[in-house]
Design a protein around this ligand. Structure first.
Ligand code: NAD
Length: 313
C-alpha cells in the first residue's frame, strides 16, 4: 500500500519541493500530508502540486512550536498512522551575537530543536508499537561544522544532531530508521529572508571591527559561496527521496560533495585545530579570493569523499 508521509514547513523552499516530488511519484507510492503553520500560504504548494493536490497530497495546519497544534494535526490522521516523518521546518539566524537578544535565540531553538523533538515525541510511540517507521530530519552542514556569524543557528542544528545520534540507537531496536540530511547552501527564501534581515540590522552595541568583519568580510564571501556551491530545493528533494527509498538508509547524508572535505577536517584532527585554522584562513586570508579557493576545493575533492554523499542524480 501507499506510505503515509508527513512533512513540516511545506509553504516554501525544500519542504514544498519534497512534498511535490513525493506526491508526483510515478508509482504513486506516497500519501503526502503536507503541513504548514498557516494554510493561507498554501497557494505556491497547491500550484506546484497540480493534479496531485487532493489525491496523493493533502494539506493540514501544523505549527511545530505548539504542543496543541502538533497533537491536533496527528490526531486528525487516520489511526495516527505515519510511516515517514520528515522534519523540515526551520528558521535561520545570522549576525554578531552581541546584536541578537536571548529571546531571538530561544525562538530559533524553539523551532529548529524543540520543534523536531515535539514532532518525534508525538509520532514515535505509534511507530514503536508498529515496529516500523522512518524519521528524517533536515539538518545542515552547519549541524556538523560551526560557521562564523551563524553561531546560534549552528548550535540549534548541533543540538538536533546530538539528540538524534542518541535516539538512533534505541530506535534501531524498534526497527525505526532515523536519517539526517545535511545540505550545504540551498537557494530558497531562507537565504533571501536572512539577507533582508541582515540589511535591516543596525548592530547596536557591536564594536566597529566586528561589524566590519561581518558586513565586509563574511557577507560577500557567503554570497560567493551560495553562488558557487548552492544546490536547488529540487536537488535536496531528490536526495531525500533516495534516502527514504534506500533499503539501508545511512544516518548522516551530506548532499553536497564539496563539503565532505570540510567535515573530514574535523574528524581528522580531534583537537579542532585543523578546522578552526582552516576556517580562519578561508575567511580572513582567502576571503576576497573565496570563489577561487572554492574551485580549487572542487578539484581536490577526491572521488572517495564524493562517494560518501547522497547525490541528487
Ligand atoms: P524556507 O524558509 O523556505 O522554509 C522553511 C519553512 O519552515 C517555511 O515554510 C516556514 O514557514 C516553515 N516554518 C518556520 N517555522 C515554523 C513553525 N513553527 N511551524 C511550521 N513551519 C514553520 O527555507 P528552507 O531552506 O526550505 O529550509 C528548510 C529546512 O532546510 C530548514 O530546517 C533549514 O534549516 C534547512 N536548511 C536550509 C539550507 C539553505 O541553505 N536554505 C541549508 C541547510 C539546511
Amino acid at each position: 500500500g501507499q506510505k503515509v508521509v508527513l512533512i513540516t514547513g511545506c509553504s516554501s523552499g525544500i519542504g514544498l519541493r519534497i512534498a511535490v516530488t513525493l506526491a508526483k511519484d510515478e508509482k504513486k507510492r506516497y500519501h503526502v500530508i503536507a503541513t504548514m503553520r498557516d494554510l493561507k500560504k498554501k497557494d505556491k504548494l497547491v500550484e506546484a502540486a497540480g493534479d496531485a493536490y487532493g489525491k496523493t497530497l493533502i494539506l493540514l495546519p501544523l505549527d511545530v512550536c505548539s504542543d496543541e497544534s502538533v497533537k491536533q494535526c496527528i490526531n486528525n490522521i487516520k489511526d495516527r498512522h505515519i510511516d515517514i516523518l520528515i522534519n523540515n521546518a526551520g528558521v535561520g539566524l545570522l549576525g554578531p551575537v552581541e546584536s541578537i537578544s536571548i529571546e531571538e535565540m530561544k525562538r530559533v531553538f524553539e523551532t529548529n530543536f524543540f520543534g523536531v523533538v515535539r514532532m518525534i515525541k508525538e509520532v514515535m510511540p505509534d511507530m514503536k508499537k508498529r515496529r516500523s517507521g522512518h524519521i528524517v530530519v533536515m539538518s545542515s552542514v552547519m549541524g556538523l561544522q560551526g560557521v562564523v556569524f551563524n553561531d546560534v543557528y549552528t548550535a540549534s542544528k548541533f543540538a538536533m544532531e546530538g539528540f538524534c545520534e542518541s535516539m538512533a540507537v534505541q530506535l534501531m531496536k524498534f526497527n525505526i530508521r532515523l536519517s539526517m540530511i545535511e545540505p550545504g547552501p540551498v537557494h530558497t527564501e531562507f537565504e533571501t529572508k536572512m539577507m533582508e534581515d541582515v540589511a535591516k540590522m543596525e548592530y547596536p552595541g557591536v564594536d566597529a571591527d566586528t561589524v566590519r568583519y561581518f558586513k565586509d568580510v563574511y557577507l560577500p564571501s557567503s554570497i560567493d559561496i551560495f553562488e558557487a556551491m548552492g544546490q536547488t530545493p529540487e536537488d535536496i528533494a531528490k536526495c531525500t527521496k533516495k534516502v527514504i527509498e534506500s533499503n539501508s538508509p545511512r544516518f548522516r547524508n551530506l548532499t553536497n560533495s564539496l563539503y565532505t572535505p570540510i567535515v573530514a577536517l574535523k574528524y581528522a584532527d580531534e583537537t579542532g585545530g585543523l578546522s578552526v585554522n582552516t576556517f580562519y584562513n578561508l575567511l580572513f586570508n582567502f576571503g576576497p579570493l573565496m570563489h577561487i579557493t572554492m574551485s580549487i576545493l572542487k578539484c581536490l575533492t577526491c572521488s572517495c569523499l564524493r562517494r560518501r554523499t547522497v547525490s541528487p542524480n
